[in-house]
Design a protein. Structure first.
Length: 148
């Protein structure tokens, strides 16, 4: 979380870290808990290919990831979700808490997140959520491609 906090301060990005007792385990749970649209939830998932690892930040209303669409974008033949152990080794975070920023992975971003003033996603710490603008998420990541 310190990397994320330092990055936010260094870049002077407006944000809010919201702590909560309830563990949020899905986009729908997050939307219900915060009283927001499901599309404002922005999980960060880690993908694995023969070329390496990538983060994908998608809107909670995205649905299933279509790996066949992503393979040519990432110029790879094999693509799947990274295993929980791999996610933890790469990011230092458990699945479901990977931060929206500061994970240091090349990132694919869902353009539909820009429908909202703020999105909500991981901080790297269970039971806390980052509220931040999609523009800041884009600015603070190494975005290499977009979906939608």
């Amino acid at each position: 979380m310190y990397t994320m906090i330092s990055l936010l301060k260094d870049q002077n990005c407006e944000h809010e870290i919201i702590r909560h007792e309830k563990t949020i385990q899905s986009a729908q749970e997050g939307a219900d808990y915060f009283g927001i649209e499901i599309g404002q939830t922005a999980p960060t998932l880690v993908l694995k290919s023969e070329e390496g690892y990538f983060a994908i930040i998608i809107s909670g209303d995205y649905g299933r990831i279509d790996f066949d669409i992503l393979k040519p974008i990432l110029k790879c033949n094999e693509l799947k979700l990274a295993k929980p152990k791999e996610v933890e080794q790469l990011t230092g975070c458990i699945v479901g808490t990977v931060p929206l920023i500061g994970h240091n992975l090349p990132t694919i971003m869902d353009r539909q997140l820009h429908r909202f003033d703020y999105v909500y996603g991981g901080t790297g710490i269970p039971n806390s959520t980052l509220k931040i603008s999609p523009d800041a998420v884009e600015k603070l990541n190494q975005v290499i491609a977009y979906v939608r």
